[in-house]
Ligand binder design. Structure first.
Ligand SMILES: [Zn+2]
Ligand SMILES: [Zn+2]
Length: 321
């Protein structure tokens, strides 16, 4: 679940390679820890079944696909997966939080929009009749440079990235096609929306400069969301009581990525429920989305212990209901 478009390192000092559990699919790699999340979920399921006589209420384990690219949560929310959920906790490991630390209610996710842009020009003989062509590659290149200058906003952090530019078909042909894969991000929904609207104007302008057609396709999105404090307090208190973390904090100021579990948090909150997003700090061999990413597996039983404890003790939670 949720591999990334990346070739996993085959270096001898890369533990998954050495131990024989590196990806066997070229161009696909678990470089963010979602294999760990899946394993934690399965471990939690078996622990909960072993103590099911002590549990009350309904407990849902949600294995959400396509967090990478933020394409999965919205569809699950639309399908009603969290409509009956009173208490919700999403998790992620790593993300720069040190080993031994638990963040009970991360709220540092950037709102984001993902878009594909197709430029369609007119091919022509590059030597004989270049003036008859409409150069889609130049439009895409112009758009790329301009897009990367869009991140000024008084509302706070903003990001733009063009991660892919593919264009053209041959050396002596005026390129009639180009594809950009673009994302915008913002510290608030408003910042992201503003940068996104400006990006659309830049893309249209670049297309107009070279007389080419363009088409924008939305590929994914996520909102920013704030955890509900009573539930964060409860997680904090339960984690403290377990005594298995070196440090437990409510939130952490960090430049984070984006996360579409925010859609689930927002839906749960809309229905009067409590929602949070916990991050389990752990040692990483390399940063997220790096070909040498690997996380310390000691973290997995720790995460299962906390989540099982929350399921077991949730009846004690009084706040906000
Ligand atoms: Zn990731
Ligand atoms: Zn991730």
């Amino acid at each position: 679940m949720d591999a990334l478009d990346l070739n996993e390192s085959q270096a001898a000092d890369h533990l998954p390679q050495r131990e024989g559990f590196a990806s066997c699919n070229p161009g696909m790699m678990h470089a963010c820890g979602h294999d760990g999340h899946t394993t934690i979920g399965l471990g939690l399921a078996s622990v909960l079944m072993a103590m099911k006589d002590q549990l009350s209420g309904t407990i849902k384990l949600i294995f959400q696909p396509a967090e990478e690219g933020v394409r999965g949560a919205k569809a699950m929310v639309t399908a009603g997966v969290v409509d009956d959920v009173d208490l919700f906790t999403a998790i992620h490991l790593g993300t720069g939080v040190p080993a031994g630390e638990l963040v009970c209610g991360s709220d540092s996710f950037l709102a984001t929009t993902k878009l594909d842009v197709n430029f369609t020009g007119v091919g022509a003989h590059a030597g004989g009749r270049p003036e008859e062509g409409r150069n889609a590659l130049l439009a895409a290149a112009q758009a790329t440079l301009a897009l990367h200058g869009l991140t000024q906003h008084s509302g706070g952090v903003a990001r733009v990235n063009v991660g892919v530019l593919q264009a053209g078909t041959g050396r002596n042909v005026v390129p009639d096609c180009a594809l950009l894969k673009v994302e915008t991000r913002g510290i608030t929904n408003q910042v992201n929306d503003d940068i996104y609207q400006q990006a659309l104007r830049v893309i249209a302008g670049a297309a107009a400069m070279y007389g080419v057609e363009h088409q924008v396709q939305l590929m994914g999105a996520a909102r920013s969301s704030t955890p509900t404090q009573p539930w964060v307090d409860f997680i904090h208190q339960q984690a403290d009581a377990l005594g298995i973390f070196d440090s437990v904090v409510d939130r952490k100021a960090q430049a984070a990525g984006s996360e579409d579990a925010t859609y689930m948090m927002e839906r749960v909150k809309q229905h009067g429920g409590q929602a949070s997003y916990a991050i389990f700090g752990c040692d990483l061999a390399a940063g997220h989305h790096n070909a040498k990413f690997d996380f310390d597996e000691q973290l997995m039983p720790v995460a299962i212990t906390l989540l099982a404890t929350l399921a077991l003790n949730q009846a004690q939670f009084g706040g906000g209901r």
